[in-house]
Design a protein around this ligand. Structure first.
Ligand SMILES: [Zn+2]
Length: 228
């Protein structure tokens, strides 16, 4: 059961979602933002918006993105600072995929303080790596209707065919173990220092991401309500 969020309840801070790809972080970040009527901020979306609108930041970022390179902090941080200045962020907001490094986190902490926000809260998705790998590599999508199955958790009744329309089930290229395995390992390497940083500050809250989407959503709301 997901606890209801009352209309007057506000986040009044940045809630940061930290979790490996495939653990449901994006879904939960969007859901929390929806419940609290707060903006869901992703630097990827921000970049695409700046490029589409042809802002000066967008013009600087575009060739870098076109080369498939990582956009430098000088651009990303400016973009984030501009974004949280907008009025829709005045009662708090949700970050999905930012910050990625301790340096970014330190910078963000200062920025939030300057803007008078409460200290950030970091929702940290914790899940057994073997279980996560199974969740991702077991995923299959119906070619006809797009229904999603999982060979381990939600298998189709008949071998490799959709229950609804008999459509062929396929695995996304990104869900294959040779792609996912290295991505998860890279995530661990990059994120461990960031998680440790926020844990030291007492801002990190672990969430058991092996639970159902509803249970995780309920836990996230509890965490937000308990936060000081
Ligand atoms: Zn189907």
């Amino acid at each position: 059961m997901t606890p209801d969020v009352l209309p007057h309840e506000k986040l009044d801070r940045a809630v940061i979602f930290l979790g490996p790809p495939g653990a449901g972080k994006g879904t939960q970040a969007k859901e929390l933002a929806r419940k609290f009527s707060a903006p869901h901020l992703s630097t990827g979306d921000m970049l695409r918006e700046h490029v589409a609108q042809g802002t000066s930041l967008g013009q600087r970022a575009q060739p870098i993105m076109a080369r498939g390179e990582l956009v430098p902090d000088s651009i990303v941080l400016r973009m984030v600072a501009d974004r949280i200045d907008r009025p829709d962020c005045s009662h708090g907001f949700v970050f999905d995929g930012f910050p990625r490094t301790v340096a970014q986190a330190q910078w963000l902490g200062e920025l939030l303080k300057q803007h008078g926000f409460k200290p950030p809260l970091v929702v940290h998705f914790v899940i057994d790596p073997g279980l996560l790998l199974r969740r991702i590599t077991g995923r299959r999508t119906c070619k006809v209707g797009g229904e999603i199955y999982n060979l381990y958790d939600r298998p189709p009744k008949f071998d490799a065919r959709c229950d609804n329309d008999g459509g062929e089930l396929e695995q996304r290229l990104d869900d294959r173990e040779e792609i996912v395995g290295p991505r998860l390992a890279a995530y661990e390497r990059q994120t461990a220092p960031l998680a440790a940083y926020y844990r030291r500050l007492g801002r990190l809250r672990d969430v058991d991401a092996s639970k159902s989407v509803e249970e995780v959503a309920a836990r996230v709301v509890e965490i937000v309500r308990e936060a000081r």
